[in-house]
Design a protein around this ligand. Structure first.
Ligand SMILES: [Mg+2]
Length: 168
């Protein structure tokens, strides 16, 4: 199954500290969690202004330890059999996710080793963001953003199908 990934994170040039993570499945169901381990006092001004206000209240059930999030994500993706992950400018998101398990060699057996990037597909297709569905929900909320990646991917997929039909 395809899963669309987005994270919010704080990073200082040496460390990517996960704040929140969302995985939205192609059919639309999702997983969302916020990490109790990140320190809101250590984030930069941009994250403080653009990410922290969109997080759920600290007593909401979305808040989990990194270990709980790692276990949840592992169970979801490995239960799926052959997951295919997609992000948007996904490199930092991918590392933030993988580092839930520690080192690269610590990734769970059967875990995907890479993440597709919607941006690369857009470049291959010659598609600008303006041509994709507009994100009507608040950006920099991992669940909203992952849902947008899903809708953009579905749009590109249908556009590709239409283009190949025209060629017949
Ligand atoms: Mg985001």
């Amino acid at each position: 199954m395809r899963w669309f990934l987005d994270t919010e994170f704080a990073e200082d040039g040496t460390k990517i500290d996960l704040i929140s993570l969302a995985l939205v499945a192609e059919p639309g169901h999702f997983y969302y969690a916020c990490s109790t381990a990140f320190n809101p006092k250590l984030v930069n001004d941009w994250v403080r202004d653009n990410v922290l206000p969109k997080l759920p209240p600290r007593d909401a059930p979305w808040w989990k330890s990194r270990t709980e999030i790692a276990d949840d994500v592992r169970d979801i993706l490995l239960h799926d059999g052959k997951p295919e992950l997609w992000g948007y400018f996904a490199d930092y998101d991918w590392v933030a996710l993988c580092q839930l398990y520690g080192r690269m060699v610590d990734l769970p057996k059967g875990f995907p080793f890479w993440c597709h990037d919607l941006k690369q597909l857009m470049e291959d297709r010659g598609v600008d963001k303006d041509a994709l569905p507009f994100q009507t929900t608040d950006e920099h909320d991992a669940l909203n953003d992952a849902r947008w990646i899903r809708s953009a991917w579905l749009h590109l997929k249908s556009a590709t199908v239409a283009a190949s039909t025209d060629l017949r």
